[in-house]
Design a protein around this ligand. Structure first.
Ligand code: UD1
Ligand code: CA
Length: 467
């Protein structure tokens, strides 16, 4: 059996009142469409996934191209039935098709597999994934031939419900399996004679049933799994659920999360046991945190790896960083992308670093900028040190060895090299390389004039007496 998956993702998402295509809106840190593709890709290889794009097609394709899926373009968005019509050529090689909605992002791959198996077992022409949410309003309703039997006679959209049909609690999740040949033999007969003047894929259910084909419902979805994201409020609710799931998983794995409703943790984040996460922390993207760490409030950590026993004090902003065990950052430290912080090293308050390596046990404790810098082991970077890495045209590196002492308020004008064990006097502007074990002082000589201030005050008093 050849199985392909079609994902409908061409719609505009009028109800969002947004300029951005609906499937590009993010929940759990990723566009809706990425969640759907991820679930589909656990069932078939990406080459067997065909995404129907249309509204902002280029942006949508660009956002998910790296997944290896194929695309077809639905130039004009004439409804879900039309979206599937557009995928006819691209799906020729398959016997069976699963059709997913790009805006039903919490769907689990296990449910797709169960739908496929039920569909094949039932030898159906069309199988509709259904659920019974507490509030079915807004969804298409699935009409069964008899309540206890799987056969379906039709799907009725919310706006077309007749008296009595509102009571039908079984909704169409927008997820289907089709015998491809039956689908495309009938889909050409769809008519846009409905409230939205669109070709509804849901009408295929009635058409197939009336043609004597077997159409069945598979009531297996968790109600939350099939929630659609049609409005911003619905999306934020799905986002909350995804991230709450992530927090609950971490707590089950031995992580203490205080006030879990306040933290934001993306689904892909991993955290070791005995780590403590304080209120309002955010762990985003592909972040990995070791054991026995402490992530304090208001810190935002993105795509970073933290070893064991790392402490992130309040208010740090960290992106694309590698932080070795026992290091301590913050409060209010800012690691821009490309930093690596060695074992037991310290980055203190109001320190910014970019593309910088700080060796084991080194410290930059206060008010410093380190850009394009390589710092060895056991080096102390004094308060207010600045690497002047930009000359207005290009960026230059600063290399600082092991066991160096950089006095406070030093400007290191790159490119510059400070040898191991060197000492830089406070307030220096260092423009030339400093050899190992040397002292460099680059500042104006201090001038001290004994009694100068006292004399000045005496002159002022004398002038006042004259006037
Ligand atoms: C659809 C179903 C409804 C079901 C609900 C479940 C129809 C007519 N109705 O309604 O029965 O309960 O999903 O969530 O199908 N799309 C295209 N091209 C188009 C139109 C839509 O690719 O021309 C895509 C959209 O981007 C979206 C998906 O199809 O990802 C569903 O479209 P949407 O307009 O959200 O359908 P619903 O009104 O939610
Ligand atoms: Ca929808």
């Amino acid at each position: 059996m050849g199985l392909g998956i079609v994902i409908m993702a061409a719609g505009k998402g009028t109800r969002l009142k947004s300029r951005r295509a609906k499937v590009l809106h993010e929940i759990g840190g990723k566009p809706l469409l990425c969640h759907v593709i991820a679930a589909a890709a656990q069932v078939v290889p990406p080459h067997d996934i065909v995404v129907v794009v249309g509204h902002q097609a280029e942006a949508v394709e660009a956002a998910v191209r790296n997944t290896g899926v194929r695309f077809v373009v639905q130039e004009e968005q004439r409804g879900t039935g039309h979206a599937v019509q557009c995928a006819e050529r691209e799906t020729r090689e398959y016997d069976e098709l699963i059709v997913l909605s790009g805006d039903v992002p919490l769907l689990q791959s296990g449910t797709i597999v169960a739908l496929r198996d039920f569909h094949l077992w039932e030898r159906a022409a069309m199988t509709i994934l259904t659920a019974r949410p507490a509030n079915p309003a807004g969804y298409g309703r699935v009409l069964r031939k008899r309540p206890e039997a799987p056969e379906v006679t039709a799907i009725v959209e919310q706006k077309a419900l007749r008296a009595g049909e509102e009571d039908v609690s079984e909704i169409n999740a927008g997820i289907y399996a089709f015998r491809r040949e039956a689908l495309y033999r009938h889909i050409g007969q769809l008519r846009a004679d409905n409230a939205h003047r669109e070709l509804y894929l849901t009408d295929v259910a009635r058409m197939l049933h009336e043609a004597g084909e077997r159409v069945v419902a598979f009531d297996a979805a968790q109600a939350t799994e099939v929630l659609g994201a049609n409005t911003i409020a619905e999306m934020m609710e799905l986002d909350r659920q995804l991230r709450m799931r992530a927090v609950e998983r971490l707590m089950a794995e031995g992580v203490s999360v205080y006030r879990p409703e306040t933290v934001t943790i993306d689904p892909g984040v991993e955290v070791g046991p005995d780590t403590v996460i304080e209120p309002f922390a955010q762990l985003l993207g592909e972040t990995r945190v070791g054991s026995d760490c402490r992530i304090q409030s208001y810190s935002v950590i993105r795509n970073s790896t933290l070893g064991d026993r790392v402490t992130i004090l309040e208010g740090c902003v960290i992106a694309d960083a590698q932080i070795e065990k026992g290091a301590q950052l913050g409060p209010y430290a800012h690691l821009r992308p490309g930093c690596s912080i060695g074992e037991g090293a310290k980055i203190g308050n109001f320190v910014e670093a970019k593309k910088t390596r700080l060796g084991a046990g080194s410290k930059a404790n206060h008010l410093t900028y380190l850009g394009d810098a390589q710092v060895g082991k056991g080096t102390n970077i004094g308060a207010g040190t600045i690497t002047c890495n930009y000359d207005g045209v290009a960026k230059h590196p600063t290399l600082i060895g092991d066991g160096v002492f950089i006095g406070s308020d030093t400007a290191l004008v790159a490119p510059v090299v400070i040898g191991d064990g060197a000492y830089i006097g406070a307030g220096s502007v260092i423009t030339k390389d400093v050899p190992a074990d040397a002292l460099a002082v680059g500042r104006a000589q201090q001038v001290t004039k004994e009694g100068w201030a006292k004399n000045r005050r005496a002159q002022q008093e004398a002038r006042k007496g004259q006037s």
